[in-house]
Design a binder for this molecule. Structure first.
Ligand code: BG6
Length: 516
């Protein structure tokens, strides 16, 4: 599609900073600072924020972990890691500025004494960098530690907000394993923290194209009037990965594709696609409408679980030229594992906007192509004007929001094929982010970390949203647990998943969009 001249001013080709003022002066504590997330995402994201001048000089970071490191060796290690994981050039001056603000405390998350050491280190860093007592704690730790760390923070007096200072906690996923455990974790955190202090992160909300769904729907006048059951036939949401379980077999065996992707990432996409227009862009206003959409998804009955859900596990196969092993042959996976690596679901959203418009979801590992997208399939034209002509079948309109890897939006419609006879062809209007705005080499965490520092929780999950998601998924988990899969593995690596996923749509006279 030929693009219009850009009216908006942006920074094509540069780091894309969230627009606005520099973050509040504050101190960040990373629990589990020795892990992958810190070096791969958090430190590169903080560098990008610093490069975009969104951090003030009154900022410091304390890494807290069990690894045998000191401030000096931690700084050294990060200096090596940043070479590999930076998404933008990091100048020596900038890195120097950054490094001076990084400290390390070695300790056991369950040991109260370690929190006293942390407190001392915080006091020193606050003095050195003149931070005014605002802290945020990033829990990059195994979920079993979430509740304990927060309790210890409370006991050490590090969680209470006094004299205008804020204290916030970012909690990574997975947030619970089912409805009961998610409720219990929410209750545990709330013994120490107020809901407004809890930032439940979902990295999908850090993706530009996911944030763009709100802009696309509510910043334009032409889509919202047709965004309902009158015009939309159904919605397909796909999150397909080509990678296998990699080295995460230990975790994945306890999770599976359903827990790993659906109540969090895919439900974010569902709620943004299905929500009513919020009355303002205030965090709670947006999240109220997201939560309402999630509450409208009908939890399936046990019978419906059998007809509306499909699970799969990859066997060996080919990814391009390469032969790849079956899931059961991956490291730390049981040779007779019944963990699913693929899931497809049909959801019903029972409200006035979406009654009778199914939302089909599918996600899996070792699929034929990496692609995350939302495809909105519109209904056929109501009157078949071309019925008795040589125009046999009218193509339906379809809007596809491509989230990754190539980000953009395309709209398919029918057009007359030039020539003396009436023939219709499907054509596409295609908008590509890169063509229009340049590439934005971010980690996806910049915006989320920055938002936490300025106290904007719009892109974080609230307790009720998490619980609403689990209340839909838990009945599926229960039935699946009671009826172990009979025919795993049931799809070859490099394919589009098990045949049953195609049958799920075929029963409704539909098919999955072919993603080329
Ligand atoms: C993570 C899951 O939350 O999301 C992974 O644990 C998955 O299994 C990943 O691969 C997908 O994220 P993205 O950003 O690559 O779509």
């Amino acid at each position: 599609m030929k693009t219009l001249e850009r009216e908006e001013t942006g920074n094509a080709g540069e780091t894309a900073p969230p627009p606005g003022r520099a973050a509040d002066p504050c101190l960040m504590v990373i629990f589990g600072a020795g892990g992958d997330l810190t070096k791969r995402k958090l430190i590169p994201a903080l560098c990008n924020l610093a490069a975009a001048k969104l951090l003030t000089d009154r900022f410091a970071i304390i890494g807290f972990a069990y690894n045998d490191l000191t401030t000096e060796t931690f700084r050294k290690q990060l200096s090596e890691d940043i070479r590999q994981f930076a998404t933008c050039p990091v100048s020596p001056e900038m890195w120097d500025w950054f490094l001076k603000r990084i400290y390390y405390v070695r300790g056991d998350f369950q040991d109260p004494k370690a929190y006293q050491q942390l407190k001392e280190q915080i006091a020193q860093a606050e003095k050195a960098h003149d931070t005014p007592g605002n802290h945020f704690y990033y829990l990059a730790v195994a979920p079993k530690f979430f509740g304990g760390v927060v309790r210890q923070l409370g006991a050490a007096g590090l969680a209470s907000e006094e004299n205008g200072r804020w204290r916030r906690v970012i909690v990574e996923k997975p947030f619970g394993r089912d409805l009961e455990s998610a409720r219990a974790l929410n209750a545990e955190l709330k013994q120490v923290l107020e809901e407004r202090q809890i930032y439940r992160i979902d990295h999908y909300l850090g993706k530009e194209t996911v944030q763009n769904i709100i802009m696309f729907r509510f910043g334009n006048g032409i889509f919202e009037p047709i965004w309902n059951r009158r015009y939309i036939d159904h919605v397909q949401i796909t999150a397909a990965e080509t990678v296998g379980v990699e080295l995460r077999g230990g975790y994945y065996e306890t999770a599976g594709a359903l827990r790993d992707m659906v109540p969090n990432h895919l439900f974010q996409l569902v709620s943004l696609t299905a929500m009513e227009p919020p009355i303002s862009f205030h965090a709670d206003s947006v999240r109220d409408d997201q939560a309402k959409a999630l509450h409208a998804i009908q939890p399936p009955t046990p019978e419906e679980v059998l007809t509306m859900t499909v699970r799969g596990q990859y066997g060996e196969g080919r990814m391009g030229e390469e032969r790849v092993p079956a899931y059961r042959a991956e490291p730390n996976v049981a040779p007779d594992s019944s963990t699913e690596t693929f899931v497809a679901l049909k959801l019903r959203i029972d409200n006035w906007r979406w009654a009778d418009v199914p939302f089909y979801l599918r996600t899996g590992k070792r699929l034929a192509k990496r692609a995350t997208e939302i495809a909105v399939q519109f209904k056929r034209a109501p009157f078949q004007l071309f019925r008795n002509t040589s125009v046999e079948s009218l193509q339906t309109n379809r809007l596809v929001v491509r989230i990754q890897p190539d980000e953009g939006i395309s709209l398919r419609f029918g057009a007359k094929v030039p020539g003396p006879i009436m023939r219709m062809g499907a054509v596409e209007m295609d908008f590509n982010y890169v063509d229009y705005f340049g590439s934005t080499p971010s980690t996806g965490y910049e915006r989320l970390i920055y938002d936490c520092m300025i106290g904007d929780a719009t892109l974080f999950q609230r307790a009720d949203m998490v619980e609403a998601g689990w209340s839909v998924i838990t009945p599926v988990l229960d039935v699946w647990k009671a009826l172990p899969p009979r025919a795993f593995p049931n799809y070859a690596a490099g394919s589009w998943g098990p045949k049953e996923a195609d049958d799920l749509l075929a029963r409704d006279g539909r098919e999955w969009r072919k993603i080329e």
